[in-house]
Design a protein around this ligand. Structure first.
Ligand SMILES: [Zn+2]
Length: 196
């Protein structure tokens, strides 16, 4: 089992900044909106030891809330995979994943949900929560139950609602503006295009 050391938001934020999983500056998002912050979780997840530490902290919260006993972990590929895997290690549980096929998430590779099996749905970042909701439906559609949702970053600002408790290490909603309203453009800061 991994070390389960509690981490507060400032420590989690520091881990994101140090790994460049969170960038601060002036960014053009895929939506065309501008923002002063950009999450690229893969930059943090490229470091297994840091990922394990964060997932250990998530596991500690699940245990403290009494939802960790006897669960399995399921995550939506790709981003959720690493969180699911490390969370399962910390919980001494098994980890399976759902992946895209014909533009919807499905279970493949022989992964099964046992009748009544309880799952924690693991994800790296929640924005609108669509992938988490799809994963919840896969679990329930196969006769399982969802005990909790565990994410590193909830950037939904409370917009993503599920009928199971959500545990997150960091809640942050980056400000976004249309280019015409962007105060960073007005200040003449150079625009970056992360992820391209
Ligand atoms: Zn701008």
């Amino acid at each position: 089992m991994g070390a389960e050391i509690e981490m507060d938001e400032s420590e989690v934020l520091a881990a994101f900044r140090e790994t460049k999983g969170l960038l601060e500056g002036h960014f053009e998002l895929r939506s065309g909106l501008h923002s002063d912050r950009y999450f690229q979780c893969a930059m943090l997840l490229q470091w297994p030891a840091i990922t394990a530490r964060l997932c250990g902290a998530l596991a500690a919260r699940l245990r403290a809330a009494g939802v960790a006993g006897g669960v399995s972990v399921i995550s939506p590929a790709m981003g959720g995979l690493f969180v699911g895997h490390e969370l399962a290690r910390a919980l001494d549980a098994r980890s399976i994943f759902a992946e895209k096929q014909d533009n919807r998430l499905v279970l493949r590779r022989g992964f099964r949900v046992a009748p009544g099996e309880r799952f924690v749905v693991a994800e790296d970042v929640i924005t609108r929560g669509g992938r988490v909701q799809e994963t919840i439906e896969i679990v329930r559609g196969n006769g399982g139950a969802v005990a909790a949702i565990a994410v590193l970053v909830d950037r939904s600002g409370g917009a993503a609602q599920f009928d199971a408790p959500v545990f997150s290490l960091l809640r942050m909603v980056p400000a976004t503006w249309t280019p015409a309203e962007c105060p960073l453009c007005r200040r003449g800061l150079p625009l970056e295009h992360p992820g391209s």
